[in-house]
Write a new protein. Structure first.
Length: 369
């Protein structure tokens, strides 16, 4: 091939010597921006840009993508597979790509997009298993089908409206259809029956699964003592461009850390909503306690350091509507400094106590962790 028609994001900036005008003319506005951000070390998901020259060649070839460009596209897809560890069209770990159109000049609202290219009837099941979220996977597939049909196949959007109209008719025949769909979602998805969800559908104004109020609600955590973040200077040895290599040997950056902080979060579980709305069960509740206690154990990172749940204190009522207001129970939990401690730097510097002698009648306290 006499001319280069494709550039990885990581090579675009170097290929044109950082010349922004040339990059924009060849890579288009989006492609040039992605190349610059990659060169600057920003965490850009890797991909490649098909140049404006390829578009010109497409028209010169009678609106056909020639065999050389096609082969080069698949070669770059293989490169993406190596970078990401995923495989295009794979049923267990599929590589999904977003196809974004661009131009030398900005044309807001005129560019087409296709998301989640790489999904099919089998790959979507693999994505559901990989993410553990079937709802997310099938929503991705729905978006792909609708976008591909509209942009590539030129399928009129009115045909999708026909299917929507069928659902409208189904709603007329069964006035409880939205409730049935809501119950199905609560029954099959733990997050919905636990925390709730706003479940609108594409049949706007007709099928409304409603705003499901989950029985479990968690508040924001607040630190027991004031937090003073510390700034840490980090050195980056990898230089990404030849121009930078001539000027410097390293790059500097900053991170912020909290030497130590003990945070208290409060939450609520409504037995009434669990029974009436979502079907949240005792088994679900035990799973929630396990998840809270171990939330950081399988998701450690350098940024989170030694973050851990130290204790979970559960107040249980013997009636559905509760035996005492939540704030009175929270007030029974005290977190105090141990004698002689002015600047806590570990969990051992605190004393956490529950005044169980003043528990209201019908309430029991369980401490876990």
């Amino acid at each position: 091939m006499s001319k280069k028609y494709l550039y990885y994001f990581s090579e675009g900036n170097d290929a044109f010597g950082g010349d922004k005008v040339t990059m924009k003319n060849i890579l288009g506005g989006k492609g040039a921006g992605l190349a610059e951000m990659t060169a600057a070390g920003m965490p850009v998901p890797q991909g490649f840009t098909i140049t404006t020259d390829a578009c010109t060649q497409y028209y010169a070839d009678g609106r056909q993508i020639n065999d050389e460009i096609t082969a080069d596209i698949f070669e770059h897809l293989k490169g993406l597979e190596e970078i990401t560890g995923k495989k295009f069209g794979d049923n267990t770990n599929p590589l999904l790509v977003s196809v974004r159109s661009g131009a030398r000049q900005s044309m807001p609202g005129m560019m087409d997009t296709i998301l989640n290219l790489g999904l099919n009837d089998e790959a979507v099941e693999g994505l559901a298993k990989k993410t553990g979220n079937a709802r997310f996977a099938y929503d991705c597939y729905r978006r792909f089908v609708q976008m591909f049909a509209d942009v590539v196949m030129m399928v009129p959007k009115s045909l999708f409206e026909v299917e929507i109209d069928k659902l409208k008719e189904a709603k007329k025949k069964d006035e409880h259809l939205d409730e049935k769909i809501r119950d199905f979602m609560c029954s099959n998805f733990y997050d919905i029956r636990t925390f709730g969800a706003v479940m609108t559908t594409f049949t706007k104004g007709t099928l409304n699964c409603g705003q499901v109020r989950g029985p479990v609600q968690l508040g924001f955590a607040r630190s027991i003592d004031p937090i003073l973040p510390q700034e840490v200077t980090i050195t980056r040895v990898a230089i990404t461009t030849e121009a930078d290599a001539e000027k410097k040997n390293t790059e500097m950056g900053r991170k912020y850390i909290v030497p130590y902080g003990l945070y208290r979060a409060e939450g609520y579980v409504s037995a009434n909503l669990a029974r009436k709305t979502t079907g949240f069960s005792e088994e679900d509740l035990e799973l929630l306690w396990t998840a809270i206690l171990n939330m950081f154990e399988n998701d450690h990172s350098a940024a989170r350091g030694k973050m851990a749940v130290r204790e979970l204190i559960v107040f249980k009522h013997n009636c559905e509507l509760g035996c005492a207001p939540a704030h009175k129970l929270f007030d029974l939990v005290k977190v105090e400094h141990k004698d002689g401690v002015t600047a806590p730097r570990s969990y051992g510097d605190y004393t956490v106590s529950v005044d169980e002698t003043h528990l209201p009648s019908g309430v029991t306290c369980t401490r876990m962790g």
